[in-house]
Design a protein around this ligand. Structure first.
Ligand SMILES: [Zn+2]
Ligand SMILES: [Zn+2]
Length: 302
């Protein structure tokens, strides 16, 4: 399988508009950006995993040519609002050759997506159902959704396990926790997991994973080769930042610390610092798999 990270940011592209926090300022200085998290997986089919509002830019920047299916994790705007843009693919195909794009989501996610984009189902998208625990029907790549808990506004949220060429990739997407342990997630070759904050905040209102909250899950699932972190935001408070009083900046409950000195890890403000702190957190927590903080445009063979 070949996996391309089309975007690695949170619900709003980074740097965020109207934001003058240390993180966004440092990203401007480094010319870094993170579009909405979305993946492009080349296996037996070419699959777009989530289709947020940045899809046109992501398509051109990554030189995409075609797709055989779309897989949606849940009904939040950053994961499906770009579906309308796929009409362009139909417009540029000769009429008899066009087939609507098979598009998978759970029944609860479709309830929301259809309200907004029901008109796409006639010609552009073919509505297909993702049922947790059952392989998606109609694909030669084995793709199995698993139920996740991502708060009351995302009742249809799922992650997906992809299997092809003897390798297994788990993508959790947005979640707070899993309601039940799932054997399907144990010992994947590659895990792509959310890391919205470094530190678990005092109150986790958007129901998302911090790296701190993700660490015990990663340890329990024992990824064999590599872990990629995605869906990174600017919502951690950085000590000394005058913007720490912004609504999105939530103080940490009990920040991750160096186990020897008891000094909290530095909060990362750019790709290089994220990579440093992620490696340190894995080492200090006894996780032996390699961690890579994903960045937009990163392509890896699995
Ligand atoms: Zn999201
Ligand atoms: Zn979400």
């Amino acid at each position: 399988m070949r996996l391309t990270f089309l975007g690695t940011g949170s619900a709003w592209s980074l740097p965020e508009i109207g934001c003058d926090c240390f993180i966004c300022r440092h990203m401007h200085k480094n010319k870094e950006s993170r579009l909405r998290t979305s993946l492009y997986l080349e296996a037996k089919e070419k699959l777009l995993i989530d289709c947020g509002p940045d899809i046109v830019r992501q398509w051109w920047t990554n030189g995409l040519k075609s797709l055989d299916g779309v897989i949606i994790t849940h009904e939040h705007g950053d994961h499906y609002l770009g579906l309308d843009e796929l009409v362009a693919l139909r417009r540029s195909t000769v009429s008899h050759a066009w087939r609507p794009i098979p598009t998978y989501a759970t029944a609860a996610s479709w309830d929301t997506i259809e309200l907004r984009f029901g008109y796409l189902l006639e010609k552009t998208l073919e509505r297909r159902l993702a049922v947790p625990g059952e392989p998606l029907v109609g694909l030669r790549t084995r793709v199995v959704p698993f139920k996740t808990y991502h708060g009351p506004m995302a009742k249809g949220a799922v992650g997906y396990v992809f299997e092809d060429g003897g390798k297994r990739l788990v993508y959790t997407s947005d979640l707070l926790h899993l309601e039940e342990q799932q054997d399907l997630l144990r010992r994947p070759d590659v895990l792509v997991i959310q890391s919205h904050w470094l530190n678990e905040p005092e109150f986790n209102r958007p129901s998302l994973l911090s790296l701190q909250r993700a660490l015990p899950m990663i340890r329990a699932w024992e990824p064999r080769e590599k872990v990629f972190l995605v869906h990174i935001s600017d919502a951690d408070q950085v000590p000394g930042d005058p913007a720490n009083n912004y609504l999105k900046k939530i103080p940490p409950a009990e920040p991750l610390k160096d186990p020897q000195t008891g000094i909290p890890y530095n909060v990362p403000t750019c790709q290089e610092e994220w990579q440093e702190v992620a490696e340190r957190a894995f080492k200090d927590n006894g996780i032996t798999s390699t961690v890579q903080v994903a960045y937009d445009g990163l392509t890896v063979d699995i």
